[in-house]
Design a binder for this molecule. Structure first.
Ligand code: NAG
Ligand code: NAG
Length: 350
């Protein structure tokens, strides 16, 4: 008996290695530049780009379509789960079309497009892929059997959008009143989450917006203060929330405000200015565009560029979402969400 067990051991452990870790083995990602991993890069019609130094420099060592100096929250969570980082949908599509890849990846797909919002019209003129279109791309993959349907209920779904709608509200001086605008956004979010659910998603993580009123790019707005955060804008952000029985809510706003209140505890020296940029708050020029300057140590900055957190900030946020308290992620952490009971029979072997 012992002999049999010993003989089985290498087999078992290698089997366990294959399916070890969390019951969730894939992440599907929808949203804007917080998550974009190359969709805009592969969309030559889109003018919201990061195809130049020093995007990606701290981790990938070259621009790779991400809107920060390294990994995003989706990348960190993938690493915590022990799975590969997700490819952007357009990159995978190109590879499947040109034959360099047989089918779409099994670790999930990233549909996020920088500049998009929850409102279809947000930054339409920049050629971004609206979140409604992102959902349609996902739906098409399911219909064409490019995604294993049994994978969907076990996968994580990340949804983060809304900062660009809010920024544009102030930038373009939208004539609607604030409440109406936010209500319109909320209706869209509820509808999108509803669609995800109907497509089979069961482990949905909804991220609140960060303190969008604190981004260095507020220096571009006509009436925003630069000596403190733009409270009007933050108030709009906070109300964008939606919770349901299958949804986990990541309180990114509260998490980031904690970093801002005791920066030194998180290794941060500057929670106000962009590391890479120029002008007031480093918020007037995009990193890499003419006239930009870069700080020597991006890890000490909350903000990488005029709109986006640094990789270090994303790492801190990811840790709080992965295994944080109820005040940061509720009703369950992402770790719990990824670790919901396996239905895999292999694990019943005792
Ligand atoms: C196919 O597309 C991928 C992009 O996903 C690219 O890296 C690769 O070089 C392409 N191969 C050919 C033969 O064009
Ligand atoms: C390209 O972007 C423009 C807006 O800048 C849009 O009107 C047009 O439909 C887009 N074309 C494609 C092929 O996506």
């Amino acid at each position: 008996m012992l002999k049999l067990l010993l003989a089985l051991l290498p087999l078992l452990s290698s089997t366990c290695l294959l399916v070890s870790g969390y019951s969730a083995r894939a992440i599907f990602i929808f949203g804007d530049s917080i998550f974009d991993a190359g969709n805009n890069h592969f969309n030559k019609n889109c003018s919201a780009q990061t195809d130049f130094p020093h995007y990606g420099s701290s981790f990938f060592h070259h621009p790779i379509g991400r809107f920060t100096n390294g990994r995003t929250v989706a990348d960190f969570i993938s690493q915590f789960m022990g799975i590969e980082l997700q490819e952007s949908y357009l990159e995978a599509q190109l590879a499947v079309t040109n034959g360099s890849r047989r089918d779409y990846p099994t670790n999930g797909v990233n549909f996020a497009s920088a500049g998009s919002g929850v409102l279809r019209e947000t930054n339409e003129d920049l050629g971004v892929i609206s979140i409604q279109e992102q959902l349609q791309q996902f739906q098409k993959l399911i219909q064409q059997n490019h995604i294993d349907k049994t994978l969907i209920p076990k996968s994580l779904f990340f949804f983060e959008s809304g900062s660009n709608d809010i920024f544009n509200y102030f930038l373009l001086g939208d004539k609607r009143d604030l409440d109406t605008y936010v209500q319109t956004m909320l209706i869209q979010v509820a509808d999108l989450v509803d669609q995800l659910y109907k497509l089979g998603a069961r482990r949905i993580a909804l991220f609140s917006l960060g303190p969008v009123g604190c981004v260095p790019a507020r220096a571009l707005l006509p009436n925003a203060p630069v000596d403190k955060c733009f409270d009007n804008m933050n108030l709009m952000g906070i109300s964008v929330r939606y919770t349901g029985t299958t949804a986990v809510y990541g309180a990114v706003y509260d998490i980031v405000q904690r970093f801002r209140s005791v920066p030194s505890r998180y290794g941060l020296l500057d929670v106000t200015n962009a590391c890479c940029g120029e002008g007031t708050l480093g918020g007037l020029v995009q990193c890499g565009r003419e006239g930009y300057k870069m700080c020597p140590n991006p890890d000490q900055f909350l903000f990488w560029d005029y709109f986006h957190p640094s990789e270090h900030t994303y790492k801190l946020i990811s840790m709080a979402l992965w295994n944080g308290k109820k005040s940061t992620v509720r009703p369950a952490s992402l770790k719990t969400l990824a670790d919901l009971p396996r239905s895999h029979a292999l694990f019943k072997i005792k």
